[in-house]
Write a protein that binds this ligand. Sequence first.
Ligand SMILES: [Zn+2]
Ligand SMILES: [Zn+2]
Length: 360
Amino acid sequence: MSGFGCEQCGANLKFQPGTTALKCPYCGYLNPIPETALGRIREHDYQDFLERAQATEQLVEVITVKCPSCAAETTFDPNVSSSNCPFCSTGLVQTTQSQKQIKPEAVLPFQVGRKEALGAFRTWLGSLWFAPNKLQKAARHEEELNGVYLPFWTYDTQTTTHYTGRRGEYYYETQYVTVRDSNGNTRQEARQVQKIHWYPASGTVFNAFDDVLVCASDTLPVRHTENLEPWDLSALIPYQDAFLQGFRAESYHISLEEGLEQAKRRMHPIIEATICRDIGGDVQDVTSTRTQYQNITFKHILLPLWISAYRYSGRVYRFVVNGRSGEVQGERPYSWVKITFAIIACISFATLLYFLFSYR
Ligand SMILES: [Zn+2]
Ligand SMILES: [Zn+2]
């Protein structure tokens, strides 16, 4: 990565969340990021890209540091203050490696700043019962929070799906049942029972997908990355190295092809809903589908995340904040010491009440 020096004093700059400028940590001068000449986000043709495989102009060399514990590979930036892995808080030995990666096409720059993210972290912690003290301590230190750009793929495609299935229509049958009243007399009672007539169904449906999002990293559990949605993808801007200054960016581990398979899994329920509407009736049963994906295009994008990883009793717990919306996701440990004390306190209080009321 080329140098980003302050226009005023030449010091190394950091991207300032919520702006489109780099801030000088020494003189405070805001250095605007120039809009690129080719300020347009392009979708890449998937097939074409794979055929020209490693088309050199689409690849870029990145210098990364690999975490020995969780295997996350993040960009090496001398401006990043923390030398711990943002995903598992293991100390990173700064042995860098170089690798070829597909160039990011676009980025959502940080909107939420470190202070704001830390505030969200504290509020979240405050809402926790029986959290270990170590966790409370972590929230006091700004440097426990790391800004990371996570790699994602987005896919666009039009689908044609041939399906077979069944359409179910309700009808009602009158059934007579024997009921016994309280006097022990029995009588016949008519009841309406719902039944389904099934009819064979088959057909073809079409869907169009825009920006199906797949996380290109498996460092964070899927429930975190998916729960952080939605992202304001309409605000994506063409990638520039400047937006990464002062932050780490994780390299993708999930390939373009694997990402497409995951995208297909995300599209499937939507296709199935279209099929059900096409079948009609009261209930539907889809037995087989065959989908063709046309005009697949993709983008490699980077999305911003604040993350704090803490170890407690040998396990890693993480707290993550969407760097755009401020939305919070977290895993939490319970302090058994605190829980035990709370139980003891409750029992003592109950015992005290018992004695107070029984010796009046
Ligand atoms: Zn400066
Ligand atoms: Zn790690």
